[in-house]
Design a protein around this ligand. Sequence first.
Ligand SMILES: Nc1ncnc2c1ncn2[C@@H]1O[C@H](COP(=O)(O)OP(=O)(O)OP(=O)(O)O)[C@@H](O)[C@H]1O
Length: 245
Amino acid sequence: MAADVGQLTTAVEVRDLVRRFGERTVLDHLDLTIPAGQFVALLGRSGSGKSTLLRALAGLDHRADGSGDLRVPHQVSVAFQDARLLPWLRVLDNVILGLDDERRGREALAEVGLAGRERAWPGQLSGGEAQRAALARSLVWEPQLLLADEPFGALDALTRIRMHDLLRELCARHRPAVLLVTHDVDEAVLLADRVLVLTDGRVGVDLAIELDAPRSHGDPRFITYRERLLRALGVHPDGGTRARP
Ligand SMILES: Nc1ncnc2c1ncn2[C@@H]1O[C@H](COP(=O)(O)OP(=O)(O)OP(=O)(O)O)[C@@H](O)[C@H]1O
């Protein structure tokens, strides 16, 4: 049963959440609280249930059986790996779909660096631009919670770095709570206030990341966080490669 979180000091409250697909229990009495404005990254091995949790929070898990209490804010935006823009609507119309506020749509597009592309068709955007437009579409709603499932997974390394900067900037300005599902440990440590590792259907590791901005991969504390998370994922850090388990 999903309900709005009444007061805004807590964005997400999950109690005793169970999700099953047939005989397979994916989320097993999971508890999670996310304070308002906190940026949380969610790691876990492939098939550990990251997307299942995100979809449960988004109310998009009609195919799963289960139980538990879920409380999320009224205004929730969801971003996926593919931008999911409607190809028959121009970029601005995609951004304001369901809201119908052209001024806010233009502002949001300017915020993500797409001023001047309002009249473009989605097919005319690069992958990174399409993800920027998708972020603008999330922003116009001023969400109290942004759920993002591998939003940068399909982008090249350079575009990914730019998107990290942009997301950090947008989150600092708008302060939504964020749950970012990622396979990328570095991305998690770079962006998040707190990193969770999903293990056996529950939050197995809950790690606060206490690094000053701007965060750097070379910071010894960054490396310590990274190694600890890799170990929790069952990967032995070799000090050199950036593993994507
Ligand atoms: N609609 C579905 N029907 C049946 N099984 C499903 C369905 N969706 C997910 N599952 C199963 O639930 C488990 C968890 O899937 P989920 O997509 O949540 O994992 P994940 O951690 O996000 O994985 P990945 O990192 O590979 O994306 C997997 O074993 C998957 O096969």
